[in-house]
Design a protein around this ligand. Structure first.
Ligand code: GP9
Ligand code: MN
Length: 638
């Protein structure tokens, strides 16, 4: 074969054609390498990884160009060149905002992506033009450079097929090589940054397409038997809630307040000597405050935190369950409390369609959703993402005062959202002076949110509701992504390594109400634990056995918090990306054994929770309950 090729290369026309192919592939390869190595921050740890990263674009380029030629010759090749460039650029923009890669389910959320709103200018850069000028070079090479004298570059379909075929061994080499760094890469692909580091961003999209197909098949082929392993696992892990607290808030209203992008590092912290959250710092003395409580969200952000609050199931690794699985059967908190005579609602002054809430809330059993159109939103009272928190809070309180009691109501704030901008007269402290504008502004919006919270809680205390209500205040997820690690290090005056980055995923949780003793708790927990904790306080017999959380007040808690990336924190350790640290000191633990059980448990638990959501397994709960009831009545008869 090689000698045939050598012979062909003697033909000057063929030779030029060959060099044109090489040049076009090389330019795209260079661009993709620049994007992957220079724009994405993929944590390349050694020379082998750097070499894999440099090699991995090749197979996808061969496939892309080969298919282009097969479909439409020279034009097809150029078409694919442009398409590939656009895809790369979309990923660049998405990455700058989310530090993550697009997945197919995310594409179904175009409305949300448009909500990037004020932040779009933040993620565009003038130099991005350079990511497109190579297209002119490709046009020149393919259409104007005449190989041979008069004849132009005309790729044959057969050549397209050859390119596409070469992609296969190239990919196999890539995969084998990547597996020297991480075994079972594709099976254990929790972390998209890691996946892109090893197989490249375009191959990642191909992989994502395969995952999508599998996901759809999962529901079609699921049956009630799939519930058995989930029930077994949960039975084995079951912990007794704190019985001293069962029903201390029986019949009371619940107000859950989701604080946008609020991380624990702001609590009791200052900027230029001024507290960032002076009100919250005092308020937390009035209730149960959890200092080792983590958010567990992924691509679904706020909606993932809501998903966990109401279901005690994990959100998904790709996309947002609020979009992809809004049609599932659930037995969520609002539905269960509704049956206990509660009025249930959610309040959020944004468009009702954002995160598909208008659809998902019906599935979760909410009686009412107060969205933007239910508030007196005016331009003067809005900024950035919309209605300012102070107005949202005061109008919401009026609505609650009119509500039938008892009620379960969730309020979701908005102002402290990226890009963290505020009108001048709402800035109560100076901006920060770190190297990140985002972080500098975040301090101000956090401070503003605290003021809005103060005004709400103080009014609420004066209202009739106060004695009959418990407040559950929690942060929905991080606000400062790891793109701003350096600035965060400047502010906190320490180096932000992966352990610190993990610990920064803590969000505040505060519960206030009669029967809840004011106390700081250091138990390790996460958003998955909210539902069982609230239900125990209310003394409601929650008959849905498919819940992965545990009562945060329980005396025999299995201290464990699992993130969507398969990382975890338990009583002793923090396990991040295969590495192990002492949880309290951050000291690296060299023994692999220390964290191995934690990683294993995380993997198993996430897979089981996913099987419930992907298989829509809660639709079989009634069937299972009926069988159980029949069994126990049969036993009684015997
Ligand atoms: C939008 C609000 C913010 O309605 O919930 O969403 P986020 O971007 O934080 O998920
Ligand atoms: Mn949010």
């Amino acid at each position: 074969m090689f000698s045939k090729f050598k012979k062909k290369m003697k033909d000057p026309a063929f030779k030029k054609k060959f060099w044109i192919y090489t040049a076009v592939i090389a330019i795209f390869w260079a661009k993709m390498s620049f994007v992957q190595g220079g724009i994405f921050t993929l944590d390349v740890e050694n020379a082998n990884e750097a070499a894999i990263l440099a090699f991995n674009p090749l197979s996808s380029i061969f496939l892309l160009f080969g298919v282009g030629i097969l479909l439409a010759g020279r034009k097809g090749l150029l078409g694919m060149y442009i398409l590939g460039s656009i895809l790369l650029y979309v990923n660049v923009l998405f990455y700058r905002e989310y530090h993550d890669f697009l997945t197919i389910p995310m594409l179904g959320q175009a409305a949300n992506l448009a909500g990037l709103g004020g932040s779009i200018t933040d993620i565009l850069s003038v130099t991005d033009i350079f990511l497109f000028i190579d297209i002119f070079a490709a046009v020149f090479l393919l259409f104007y450079l005449k190989p041979g004298r008069l004849q132009s570059f005309l790729p044959k379909r057969k050549e397209g097929l050859i390119l596409a075929m070469i992609a296969i061994p190239l990919f196999l080499v890539n995969l084998g090589w990547a597996q020297t760094e991480r075994t079972e890469l594709l099976q254990r692909a929790f972390d998209r940054n890691m996946l892109v580091k090893y197989i490249g961003v375009l191959n990642f999209h191909a992989y994502d397409i395969v995952l999508q197909g599998q996901t759809e098949a999962k529901k079609t082929f699921a049956d009630s038997n799939a519930l058995a392993p989930v029930l077994n696992y949960l039975n084995e892990k079951e912990t007794e809630p704190n019985r001293d607290m069962t029903g201390v808030a029986e019949g009371k209203n619940v107000i859950a307040i989701s604080l946008e992008s609020t991380q624990t590092f702001v609590v009791d912290n200052t900027l230029n000597g001024k507290e960032l959250t002076p009100y919250f710092n005092d308020l937390k003395e009035e209730g149960a405050y959890f200092s080792n409580f983590y958010h567990q969200v992924k691509q679904g952000r706020t909606s993932d935190s809501e998903f966990m609050l109401d279901n005690s199931l994990y959100g998904l690794n790709r996309g947002a369950a609020f979009f992809t699985h809004a049609g599932n059967e659930y037995q969520a908190t609002p539905e269960v409390l509704g049956e206990e005579g509660y009025t249930t609602s959610s309040m959020h002054a944004n468009d009702e369609t954002f995160w598909n809430r208008n659809v998902m809330y019906d599935s979760l059993g909410y009686d009412k959703f107060y969205s933007k159109e239910d508030y007196n939103v005016t331009e003067e009272k809005s900024y950035g993402w919309g209605y300012l928190d102070e107005y949202f809070f005061s109008e919401s309180l009026e609505k609650m005062e009119e509500m039938d009691q008892p009620f379960y109501n969730k309020m979701i704030t908005l102002t402290n959202h990226h890009p963290f901008t505020l009108p001048e007269d709402k800035k109560f402290i100076e901006e920060g002076n770190t190297s990140s504008e985002t972080l500098n502004h975040y301090f101000q919006t956090i401070r503003y949110q605290d003021e809005a919270l103060k005004q709400f809680v103080e009014e609420f205390k004066k209202s009739d509701l106060y004695d009959d209500t418990i407040l559950v205040i929690y942060g929905d997820h991080f606000g400062i992504s790891e793109n701003h690690q350096r600035a965060m290090g400047e502010y906190l005056d320490k180096d932000i390594n992966e352990y610190e980055q993990f610990q920064l995923q803590r969000v505040p949780l505060l519960m206030i109400g009669e029967g809840i003793e004011p106390q700081e708790h250091d138990t390790v927990g996460g958003q998955i634990d909210l539902r069982p904790t609230i239900m125990n306080l209310l003394g409601v017999e929650d008959e849905n056995p498919i819940q992965f959380g545990q009562d945060l007040f329980s005396k025999d808690r299995r201290e464990m918090m699992i993130t969507r990336d398969g990382n975890f924190a338990n009583e002793k350790y923090v396990g991040v990306n295969g590495n192990c640290y002492e949880r309290e000191t951050g000291e690296k633990v060299e023994s692999e054994q220390a964290c191995a059980p934690g990683f294993k448990e995380a993997e198993e638990e996430l897979a089981l929770s996913d099987s419930v959501v992907y298989g829509d397994l809660l639709r079989y709960l009634d069937e299972i309950k009926m069988i159980e009831e029949k069994d126990s009545s049969d036993k009684k008869k015997e």
